[in-house]
Design a protein around this ligand. Sequence first.
Ligand code: HEC
Length: 139
Amino acid sequence: MKKVVILGLAICFAPALAQANLIPEMLSQYEAEGGSNFDAAAGKKMWSQEFASEDGDMRSCATCHNSDVRTAGKHKKTGKVIAAMAPSVPFVALEEGDEPRYTDVKKIEKWFKRNCKWTYGRECTVQEKGDFLMFLKDQ
Ligand code: HEC
């Protein structure tokens, strides 16, 4: 009997645990890698600050994700809708297999890498990534 109850509980809670927001863990990780005093204001500022690309156009995170991160963005090149970045916005899958925001470390790192390269022509530092997440976490 006990086993059945425990198994039932495990089945009920496993998906909830698997989808926890990982921003606090990521911030600790970035601290361990040398970042410190992550600053939401700095993250917010950099989010919308435009940089000239080699192609001559102006780019920022807001180019695809909008300055108001509670709104859905649009990919500059493909025109595809991008779900809002703010964790406070209820999750709605746009495509099959979409996961809620900030629930997969590999996904977060993959997109930081790709997006920082596209926006700034280089990868972001741990300090910058920490500042971005510090800003995004309370949106
Ligand atoms: C050219 C368009 C584009 C730009 C510019 C862009 N992003 Fe993204 N970003 C995407 C796409 C596409 C995804 C993946 C789809 C999704 O998660 O909805 C994504 C996903 C992410 C994720 C993953 C979120 C999660 O749920 O795991 C993070 C973090 C992120 N972007 C941060 C940034 C930051 C920081 C910048 C600015 C340096 C930036 N992005 C600029 C298109 C862009």
